[in-house]
Write a protein that binds this ligand. Sequence first.
Ligand code: ADP
Ligand code: MG
Length: 681
Amino acid sequence: MDLKKNIQYIKGVGEARAKLLNRLEIYTLEDLITYYPRAYEDRSKPKQIEELADGEDALIEGIAVTNVSMVRIRSNMTILKMNVRDDTGICQITWFNQPYLKTILKKGNVYRFYGRVNKKGNRVEMNSPVFDKEDNFKNTGKIIPIYPTTYNLPQTTLRRIIENGLAEINQKLPETLPNYIIDEYNLCDINTAISQIHFPKTFDDFNIARRRLVFEELLSMQLALFALKNQYTKDVKGIKFSKDAKMSDVINSLPFSLTKAQLKVLEEIDLDMEKEKPMNRLLQGDVGSGKTVVALIAAYKCVKSGYQAAIMAPTAILAQQHLESFTEILKDFGIKCELLISGITKKKKEGILERLKNGEIDIIIGTHALLEENVVFKNLGLVVTDEQHRFGVRQRSTIAQKGNNPDVLVMTATPIPRTLALILYGDLDISIIDELPPNRKKIDTFAVSKGMENRVNNFIKKQIDSGRQAYIVCPLVEENEEINAKSVLELAEDYKTKVFSNYKVEYLHGKMKQKEKDEIMEKFKNGDIDILISTTVIEVGVNVPNSNIMVVENAERFGLAQLHQLRGRVGRGEYQSYCILKYKGTSDVIRERMKVMTSTNDGFVISEKDLELRGTGEFFGTKQHGLPEFKIANLFEDIQMLKSIQAIALGIIGKDPKLEKEENRLLRKLIDTKFGNRIEI
Ligand code: ADP
Ligand code: MG
């Protein structure tokens, strides 16, 4: 048996179908048998017609009490109908455009039908069900797997191909988990797992198979992450930053005193930096908790020890802003900061790259532009990535490779539950700023549905009249016929010419040129704009303490974590701040979400709720987080399993850090095959 066998040569495939399977990322026999169903239809036991509920998918068994009647309603449309009866009732079956059924199905025979039930009063119907004849149950009498598939590759075909693949395996897969683990955690063997995940006889069988596969997937991922962490902490020689470069020098020069939490985190960072092994630390802290200044102080220590620091931010606006606060505070220390973003002229860029290379620039602050190949450092010592949830693991290492094992500090304002942090950032040590600077006023949050427009607008006017500024965030850039939501351009036009015509209204969105965006942001910072209408480009990190109102249009379209981020744009100065969430819709989930936002300002509470209300998929948004992709595990459903696996993985690594013992040979192989190119143990 060859698991790497090209899919084309599996029975029932061939050249054309191989192409279709490739679209599903199935290239080999192994890919095929690990292509798991996305759902199962329970066609195992017929239900009584009387019991059927409207809208459910169900199997019935009954005798045909009529022949199939056919009505042609248009030249290209025929409707076929037949009635079937069991002991409890009658069900009318309907098909469209399948005239051949007339000769196949006969009055007096017993059939099974599986399909969606349509029930109105006592009338029970099924449209276009799958059917079986009594003496030949092919499509029913079992649990049927449903696969994600692609155009031109019907479920039945894919199912048959997978059956053929399993037949070729013939229960002879080599075991992938060590016996001691299988015994200790009561798992089924790999062959049982693979065959039952596709074709379980009962849902118990399915659960047994799934548990084993999820266990294996989570365990290998967690072991790989711990191994990755070991790779950093063991052996690797990094930079030992100087004890004489004292963080306290810059701390004492700040216009405010640091919070206890900031000081504690800085102590952890200081210790890391003075050790020889490279720092790999995640800094979690709610919006406004003051992470930037922590990064700045670390960068100071790095520069004073004779190295360069790189600060990577997800947007140009944010990079710009960091540059300003860094320059402001560090100017008295003779430290040279520069900005590198994609918008700048070629000539200017060349100059910066040159000075970076020869060491004239101490701290470079930039966007993804820093990742480019031609960005070369003289001696990069510290890499800080801000708002990490926007960068992946790969980008983090791309920039770190520009130095010789530099220290790495990753900052994020998305508080995530600890279990998930261990996965997302399993390779990092974690520091948390769990306290906001003093005198921050709670941001008053209101959720308003329609009919409050005037009151809200008058409120904004009153605040602006007393000197403040407002943000208004819309989900769309321009009007879109398909999406019923407010757009930046539409609203800007309306507000400029009508509602707020006496005020200075400007707008900002991601499709604008960098230069335009910078100009607008600059004007907003200087107080030359009263109302800034924008998309979520404003979400990350922007700091304008004089603005105290955040209005979110169509708040129902944003995730809780995102709303919390947006809200964090205000409440940054001395003024009482407000967040107004305008929402549409009446569903429980929307109401619940609005309630969460109005009742707490605590990012951790909000993230737990977000996870609960949306599940991990949406919680993490896209794949760019560097989160490993799972074939079968679901971080939300399997969170309990994940917790135990984390403990198990720690136990294994604790006893055998490099997985060298014979008993762990299979675990090591698992990690090598799955993550081999990314991790060396
Ligand atoms: P975030 O953690 O969201 O990145 P910032 O670093 O942007 O937060 O900090 C928000 C604001 O709070 C900034 O204006 C910053 O100067 C200020 N700040 C940071 N630490 C303190 C502190 N200890 N006391 C007072 N203000 C602080
Ligand atoms: Mg920040």
